[in-house]
Design a protein around this ligand. Sequence first.
Ligand code: XMP
Length: 484
Amino acid sequence: MRVGLTFDDVLLVPKYSDVKSRKDADIRTSFTRGIQLSVPIVSANMDTVTEAAMAVALARLGGIGVIHRFLSVEEQVSEVLKVKRSEGVVIEDPITLGPDRTVHEALGLIGDRDIGGIVVVDRSRKVLGLLTRRDITLEDDLSRKVSEVMTPRSELITARKGVSMEDAKKTLHSNRIEKLPLLDGRGNLAGLITSKDIMKRKQFPSATKDSKGRLRVAAAVGVKGDHMERSRRLLDAGADALVVDIAHGHSAYAIDTLKEIKRELGDVEVVAGNVATARGALDLIKAGADAVKVGVGSGSICVTRVVTGSGVPQLTAILDSVRGAADSGVPIVGDGGIRVPGDVTKALAAGASSVMIGSLFAGTEESPGPTILREGVRYKFTRGMASLAASVDRRVREKGTAGQRDDEVIGEVIEESVPEGVEGLIPYKGRVDEVVKQLVGGLRSGMSYSGAHSLAELRRNAEFMRITSAGYKESLPHDIRKVV
Ligand code: XMP
């Protein structure tokens, strides 16, 4: 019988190092065959972890977020659009409104999409004016027409489609304006450049961006029901990768879906999972996966191993899957079980190209949901996607089509369900960039202990040593009264 190991069972043996500064450690990596990251960190497709705010924050930092799929198709598409529109060199398809709509509607749109302004166009997309947040936030009469409060075309500064970024910057600056609508030869809307986006480009030099300068984002899909329609719509909205999300990814369901997406939707990056074995990884790669997500029962909110008796401790799962993927060059995403920065170093030293993180990010500002105050301490809520509460919510959302009452649905789910996830509170941790800073700092330092200038070198130099419980105890702070 083999022994399965996880992060706490091992340490990396320090190696001779000529890495002069942690900054010299190059942590660039691949998320999928076609998507590169500056930071090997991915946020989990869980409904308490990744919607647009998290995906934007992570992409700016150089990682990527996976929008969860426990939303209607429209809602998930809207989250993807928020990321794609959040910044870019040129917003190709800006949000617009007709001149006869009301200030009330404009405010709703500005709030929903979290944007600073709307271009006003007629039916043929001819530009009539620009409405900014400032024009309407203090407007008392919400029934006024957009055309009455906008900056009209005659006073609007615009530029021709194809304007150089330098010229656009000069125009924005010399006119002290924040938005520059781009027009084609007929005066129709052809794009928008904003000063905020230009500033963000400087502020986040390592951001994960597509060829048009927009932040990258991935989105999860299932293997049944609306998954093909969902995939199509997500790709139309600009999703950079699809993540086929199924607990047991080494299955006919996952393989068939992967093949179907590859066959029907053409040139699309697909991450498939979850698996925990060499064979599982290899079978998904043969079916066309551009990355394989590894982790069965490793998640902090996960009780799969307890309920089913199945799973593989995460370090062994990564080592085995990396072996299965070895000749293909397909990256492995180590999913679940990351609790401390050293776990990231160990996962990447074992050969994962990136790590996916759930609960560690669920406590941050950017995760969906409010903070909760309990006995003076701030928390956020998190839950496994196979928890009872998540199953109930999912079925209540779907019931519309079945025409059932909420209480009937809830009763049914409770009766049928064998949850493989739990729910709970997680201490509030502030902004996600603070958490990522700790993880990346730990990784860079860990690479220097392994004498590694790059992640490939980390993998080559890695010598894992299995430790005992006494060794583990020694690794933690001991024999002091901890103050901080
Ligand atoms: P962490 O440890 O980062 O793990 O919170 C996140 C990963 O956990 C998985 N996940 C689940 N696994 N039952 C499971 O067995 C669940 O209800 C569940 N919800 C999430 C998932 O792979 C996620 O990325």
